[in-house]
Design a protein around this ligand. Structure first.
Ligand code: NAD
Length: 359
């Protein structure tokens, strides 16, 4: 088993170090090799995804990824911005299915901005299509009017597109996942306005016929955004396109109290995957040693389960995370109002505590 460790920028290095520590403590035969990605790779090699980093990712069973980005790169041409590294890895590795579980841990019910009764026991899975949609559509561009061909002096455009095979394969992923859960799928689109979404809905309905044991319903994205905060527990598996999934999964993550708790997995057809926390590089807290490493540690658990066939070890990590929360250990983002039995810990202390709690 070989994994590429791409820590990236900002808090990436701090949180990935803790996940690597936990993986090493499991004493599995995993070869780990690190490489630069994102802004640090641009600084060193002039590109956010240097060829050597991409080659390492391709030659590995899985990628453990931290985060990329910093406001200081905002003025760079788009192709050189740190975030392009993730889009490049998704495209090059064919990572089309993004799994984002949003689970509310009992101990963190009070960290959510919603009332405890709305989120206690929350366990939803957002499945986002990753390689199509407006982020990869052609044409895209920006132009300035020269002879009045369009109103205004300047315009920019991105094209939303999906093909039938792209929708079919993500539909199968969602229905298969639902079979292992409560056998319900909610497909989210905007078919009342967008042709892309009408195709999405039609294909979902067709694929659903192969899964008679799974109940499919449909929801418009604006309603889904509202229902997620009104009655989140009514969802189980949610499947949606790239852009809607980007937004809804961040919304769902905050239901659980902190974006610092939520792992994610992006898989291709052969279960090779990229595993990363749902959050970004958090430049505002980078270098302070206060970032929550649990999302990254839980992403490493997903990696063991989905790409490395080590489900038992994944369960050990997840149980250790529950144990440290039960002990009252909290990084600043989930500390809330504190209280008796609650201890504020650093990134490093949280990682050490997870290692100590492994049984
Ligand atoms: P962010 O997720 O980095 O941070 C949002 C807020 O959440 C910040 O207040 C941050 O301090 C907090 N936060 C995030 N992770 C945390 C953790 N583990 N522990 C405690 N607090 C945490 O989003 P942003 O500020 O909008 O973006 C910062 C940079 O990250 C940008 O350059 C953006 O492009 C990039 N980004 C990268 C990814 C990725 O690498 N996959 C994803 C999203 C954003």
């Amino acid at each position: 088993m070989k994994i590429a460790v791409l820590a990236g920028d900002g808090i990436g290095t701090e949180i990935v170090a803790e996940a690597v520590k936990v993986l090493k403590a499991l004493d599995l035969k995993i070869e780990m090799e690190s490489a630069l990605v994102g802004g640090v790779a641009f600084d060193a090699h002039g590109h956010p995804l240097p060829p050597a980093t991409l080659a390492l990712a391709k030659a590995s069973d899985a990628v453990l990824f931290g985060a990329v980005g910093d406001w200081k790169y905002d003025k760079l041409e788009r192709q050189f911005r740190p975030e392009q590294a993730i889009l490049g890895l998704r495209k090059e590795l064919g990572l089309f299915a993004n799994f984002r579980p949003a689970i509310c841990y009992e101990e963190l019910v009070d960290a959510s901005s919603l009332k405890p009764e709305l989120i206690a026991g929350l366990d939803i899975l957002i499945i986002r299509e990753l390689t199509g949609d407006i982020y990869f559509g052609q044409p895209r561009g920006r132009r300035t009017a020269v002879d009045g061909h369009f109103p205004g002096s300047e315009e920019a455009f991105d094209t939303m597109r999906y093909s039938r095979p792209e929708i079919e394969r993500i539909a199968h992923v969602a229905f298969d996942a639902a079979r292992k859960r409560s056998k319900r799928v909610t497909s989210v689109d905007k078919n009342n306005v967008l042709e892309t979404s009408q195709l999405w809905k039609d294909v979902m309905v067709e694929v659903a016929k192969q899964y008679p044991d799974v109940v499919l319903d449909h929801m418009l994205v604006d309603n889904a955004a509202m229902q997620l905060v009104k009655e989140p527990k009514k969802f189980d598996v949610v499947v949606t396109g790239n852009m809607f999934g980007d937004i809804l999964s961040d919304e769902a993550s905050m239901l659980t109290g902190s974006i610092g708790m939520l792992p994610s997995a992006s898989l291709n057809a052969s279960n090779q995957g990229l595993y990363e926390p749902s959050h970004g590089s958090a430049p505002d807290i980078a270098g302070k040693g206060i970032a929550n490493p649990l999302a990254t540690i839980l992403s490493a658990a997903m990696m063991l389960r989905f790409s490395l066939g080590q489900a038992e070890s994944a369960l050990r990590i997840e149980a250790a995370v529950k144990a440290v929360l039960a002990k009252g250990l909290r990084t600043a983002d989930i500390y809330g109002k504190g209280g008796a039995g609650i201890t504020k810990v650093s990134t490093l202390e949280m990682g050490n505590a997870v290692v100590a709690a492994l049984v």
